[in-house]
Write a new protein. Structure first.
Length: 284
């Protein structure tokens, strides 16, 4: 199976998800296309469930709890607000007021030959489904104009009685503009690129491409996607600084998804999830 590429800048209806009065439909503030989401998932992941929450601690945390308890059914969990959203390396993810961000996690059994590059494949699928101007920052962020638009968190779990590994893929996507205070990187918002888009419409736009990309990754790995990732790489040919103090010139990613960095000591491949990279001239 080869990874199918959606057309650059492909348009999808932005939808009309008018805010509700708080308290309607279990406290949900927006009208979510639940039936359409279920139909989309059922076609790609038979038996998948869709759950919409007004508020939760963390969609990833909840699906990881279920996975460790033995759940193997594919599941989409969406929350309008998270009280303890998480990003990479344990960093907090601030979802803001309902509608300010799209926060969801997708859980499914997955058995790729090599897990390397999965977060990059997810980020690429999200970026390609939303807008051609969105860039990718290794290993799990979407950027626009050197500001952070979205983050990806990939976790896996195996229950004691299960042989199949369950992957939980979390996406946090800024929808509406917000002040930059309290963020490690200045935030960007999808509404700057797609005026009028809201969280339900953004999810409807990216869900199917995301699931297809994960399925293709399971079969083919990251190598077929490397060139497409590099075409959106916001670090390419820029001086970067690693969290261990190393500095060098970023040269894109290789077939496994490892970041290539030219340093004073020679070429270095960065693949550790514990290493952070940022442009040396500032920003994150």
């Amino acid at each position: 199976m080869s990874a199918a590429r959606p057309p650059e800048g492909a348009k999808a209806p932005l939808g009309g998800s008018a805010p509700r009065t708080a308290g309607e439909r279990g406290g949900l503030h927006f009208i979510w296309p639940a039936a359409d989401l279920r139909a989309t998932l059922e076609a790609l992941l038979p038996g998948a469930t869709v759950e919409l929450r007004a508020r939760i601690d963390s969609t990833n945390t909840e699906l990881m709890r279920r996975a460790r308890a033995g759940a193997t059914t594919p599941a989409l969990l969406v929350a309008e607000q998270q009280s303890a959203g998480r990003g990479r390396l344990g960093r907090p993810w601030q979802s803001g007021a309902p509608g300010a961000a799209l926060s969801f996690s997708l859980a499914l059994p997955l058995a790729p030959r090599d897990w390397s590059g999965l977060s990059l494949a997810v980020g690429l699928a999200v970026a390609e489904s939303l807008h051609p101007a969105i860039g990718l920052k290794w290993p799990n962020d979407l950027w626009w104009q050197d500001r952070k638009l979205a983050g990806i968190l990939v976790e896996t779990a195996v229950a004691p009685a299960q042989a199949t590994r369950q992957v939980v893929i979390g996406v946090g996507l800024n929808i509406a503009p917000r002040p930059g205070e309290g963020f490690s990187a200045p935030p960007a918002a999808l509404q700057e690129l797609l005026p009028g888009v809201d969280a339900p419409a953004a999810l409807a736009r990216l869900l199917a491409p995301l699931v297809r990309a994960v399925r293709c990754f399971e079969q083919d790995g990251f190598a077929p996607l490397a060139a497409r990732f590099n075409a959106r790489d916001v670090l390419a040919r820029r001086p970067v600084r690693l969290s261990d103090g190393t500095e060098g010139l970023a040269l894109g990613v290789g077939p496994s998804g490892a970041l290539q960095v030219d340093t004073a000591a020679g070429r270095r491949e960065i693949s550790s999830a514990e290493v952070s990279v940022r442009p040396a001239e500032g920003g994150r």
